[in-house]
Design a protein. Sequence first.
Length: 465
Amino acid sequence: MQPRETLKSQSSELLNRTAEKAIRYVDNASARRVGPSSSELTALAGFHEPLPTEPCDAVDVLRQLDAIGSPATMTLTGGRYFGFVNGGIVPAALAASWMAAAWNQNASLRVMSPIAVELEDVVLQWICEALGLPSDCHGGLVSCATMASFTALLAARHALLKKTGWDVTEDGMFGAPPIQVVAGEEVLASLLKALSMAGFGRKRVTIVVADGQGRMRADRLPRLSERTIVCIQAGNVNTGAFDPAEEICAAAQEQGAWVHVDGAFGLWARVSPKYSHLTRGFENADAWATDAHKWPNAGYDCGVVLLRNGDSLRTALGITAAYLEPGTRREPMHHTPDSSRRARGVEVWAALKSLGRAGLRELVERTCSHAQRFAKGLRDAGFQVLNDVAINQVLVSFGAPEVTREVIRRIQEGGTCWCGGTVWQGKTAMRISVSSWATTEADVDQSLEAIVRLARECRFLPSRT
């Protein structure tokens, strides 16, 4: 076994080598395949070995990780990844992530890491400012929007049942008064997962019909009450469309219902005067879930949960123990399901600090412009764009379902860019999501050329019956 002194002496050399490899990876991102080749995927078998019986040299560990691991990555740091609304990472956030890893902070309590908690306080305030939400919101940083929605739904469950005299913390959910959950026909699968984890059950959700772009129809809302949670979308994951928040929030407020916003990426459209009209009324909700690793490009992983009423959040998630001294300031572990967790606020602070309000606005508007460029190029080539391109999402059909699926397969294997597939209102489609700060017009044009070329090659494939 290597002695502690040996490990410590190797640390500086190892970190320098790591930086060299990481910098080379980032610098070459634009020239890399976006998705790994079949041979690069096959090489991953090299990781499958018995657990070593003795310590391995750290330099050799790094060498193997880079040699086999780097080629098998999806190049999210480049400009031609258009799948799953995955954001890139701005340079300041990447650098801050390295620093945060070196600090190795536990952001659970202020006494564990004053810097981690302080930066989390700052970024939550900045996000409220950027999104035009109430300045006195309470919230926290979690792993993703799914966990953000889960957190908000736990708080909503507690708040609504408290009105009936039921204490979830003490009495649990067995025998609790029922809560009605309302969501749109195009509700995101991750929100259904959050509802299921919170104990509401997917089959118990009242589904409201959506329009042709996936927006919940406010005129079809069921009767609401003080025991209703209405879940609305800021940015449909397929079309980018927004539910009519003004009408829905007004109807909910009349009956004392709770409104939760699933705004994983679309909520950030509020930073742009050009697109903020799409988000009108979302500020009137009771809770919001979004991601900093999508449009703000803060790097993975960072979801954000915000609530108008912080009491329900603290009561639902707070814990007490003899070794936990109560404080007068916000403590992250009382605002999220996690206790120990990494200092996500460091990267988010760096991303927001480096971009500023103007940079966030430009990032949103530029990626939306790229989406419009994709849509125009595909239409001009004779293909059907299925959605109104409201923000950064484009859905395109290349004809028969098997043709569209084959185009997607060839695009993913080709490596020029990466786009995923979906089924939208019965039609098989390619989904193009432009979310990275690194994407340029040249990236769009290069990707368009590859998509159109492959689609034309596939157009006359024999149809399968």
